[in-house]
Design a protein around this ligand. Structure first.
Ligand code: ADP
Ligand code: MG
Length: 454
């Protein structure tokens, strides 16, 4: 069996798997090396340990794939690609038969856009916080809260959280499953498993209100100057789901993007093994000093908020245009930002990637050291760190104050029969972060005395 890989609607080559796990990728005649896929650099390529990373990193990490394999008795790995829909960037996977029926790309209308010119329009992130949708949730229960089985196809975006494409119909005020295969939004529903408090079940993490958390910290990132796409939450029973706009779709066009994990040779199992230094070095090759500075500031912001889940699949580069041979990259909009520090058992690290050997207790000097290594002006960089800190300290309480009582009073279980309102958890978190800044970043940057609070 051959599986054709299309990018920007044009077939680049095909995958074969002569024996299980032994995977070949061959470019079609006439494909210029400029259009080769990241990490697949030869005309003919062989991988002995599973799928080429770029494709492997498109699979969801949450059991959906195992369910698909069982349900459809899928034996080869490459076949799984046929079950992905609304795939990462512009990728499409077709059987040989479907490919031969595929229309000639020349027949299709295609418009080239420069991403930086349409970026703001794509992101559309000027919502007011909190952005709580009042739309009807016309999404079947089994789609929002699936059991073990997966029906049909799964979204071709990776990640641990279950997600699926949706349509956001503002005139009809409803959220529904997208029908025409064109997806501009996706939903991450909350997990009933992780919002149910079971203190005796040691395997089970209690991470309620994770999507309120994501909406809050995505907004904070936006307000501190980082680009993020439009996002919102919607209530469903005792918790909230999350809706996010795709940053790789514009009109009928799609933009390719690549996670740092793929660029550096990490997969879903090793995504926490990359280091900040490796990411900056790789970034330097594509986006130069300015990009490196922005990323380092993003690592600083992530440290401040305690983003323990910041790993090599949670930062990406996006192509500068939707031309198939585009070789320029820029930092993609940011996504998947939340704090792990409001959850018990998840406070041991500030970020998920080691920065000069540390994931916690990261000091200001370490950031300055990296700034120096990349030939940034250290004094200016430090001033930018201070700005981010001041803005975090100033804006976080304002965001909390903007939340309605119905969210602030949500019960957060402490032990059986005892809960605290979510507001008290967020207030305590804020004090802890200020204490962190004082202790590890700069004790003159926080005026009040927070040492004696606990
Ligand atoms: N708004 C978006 N538009 C397009 N692709 C996205 C968007 N957000 C995330 N992605 C891609 O999907 C992957 C999974 O999304 P993410 O939010 O990280 O999910 P998870 O919480 O499951 O890790 C990301 O690594 C990124 O490549
Ligand atoms: Mg992620």
């Amino acid at each position: 069996m051959k599986i054709y890989v299309l990018k920007q609607n044009q077939a680049l080559g095909f995958l074969e798997e002569p024996t299980i796990g032994n995977i070949h990728f061959t470019y079609l005649d006439g494909i210029s090396p400029q259009s080769y896929i990241e990490g697949i650099d030869e005309e003919k390529n062989v991988s002995d340990d599973g799928l080429f990373l770029i494709f492997q990193n498109m699979f969801p990490e949450n059991g959906q794939i195992e369910a698909l394999k069982t349900k459809y008795e899928i034996r080869t790995t490459i076949e799984l690609l046929l079950y992905l829909e609304d795939v990462h960037g512009s990728y499409t996977f077709l059987t040989q038969e479907d490919w031969s029926k595929h229309s000639n790309p020349m027949d299709e209308e295609h418009t080239n856009y420069v991403y930086s010119e349409i970026r703001d329009e794509v992101l559309a992130n000027n919502y007011t916080f909190p952005n709580i949708l009042e739309h009807a949730l016309n999404i079947p229960l089994e789609k929002r809260f699936p059991g073990a089985t997966t029906s049909g196809r799964v979204i071709g975006l990776s990640g641990f959280q279950y997600k699926f494409s949706i349509a956001k119909e503002d005139t009809k005020k409803e959220l529904c499953i997208s029908k025409d295969g064109r997806s501009y939004y996706f939903m991450k529903p909350y997990s009933k498993h992780h919002t149910t408090f079971m203190p005796h079940d040691k395997e089970r993490l209690y991470i309620p209100y994770l999507l309120i958390n994501e909406h809050l910290f995505m907004t904070l990132a936006r307000d501190l100057g980082f680009d993020v796409p439009y996002n919102a939450i919607i209530k469903d029973g005792e918790d909230y789901h999350y809706v996010i706009k795709r940053y790789d779709r514009y009109k009928n066009e799609k933009f390719d993007h690549v996670e740092f994990a793929t660029l550096l040779g990490y997969n879903s199992n090793t995504k926490y093994d990359a280091t900040v230094q490796e990411i900056l070095k790789k970034a330097d090759e594509y986006i130069g000093k300015e990009g490196v500075e922005e990323l380092l500031l993003f690592f600083y912001f992530s440290t401040l908020i305690g983003h323990g889940d910041l790993h090599a699949k949670n930062i990406s580069l996006i192509h500068a245009s939707n031309e198939i041979g585009e070789t320029n990259r820029e930092i993609s909009p940011y996504y998947d930002i939340s704090t792990t520090h409001i959850y018990r058992g998840l406070k041991d690290r500030e970020i998920g990637l080691a920065l000069l050997g540390r994931k916690s207790k990261i000091k200001k000097e370490y950031f300055l050291q990296l700034a120096k290594k990349h030939e940034l002006r250290v004094k200016d960089f430090e001033a930018k760190m201070k700005d981010i800190t001041d803005n975090f300290v100033k804006l976080f309480p304002r965001l909390i104050a903007a939340l309605p009582a119905s969210i602030l009073e949500l019960p957060y279980q402490k032990k059986y029969g005892a809960h605290a309102p979510l507001k008290s958890i967020l207030d305590k978190y804020y004090l802890e972060r200020k204490k962190y800044i004082k202790q590890y970043i700069d004790d003159t940057w926080i005026k009040e005395d927070v040492h004696d609070i606990f």
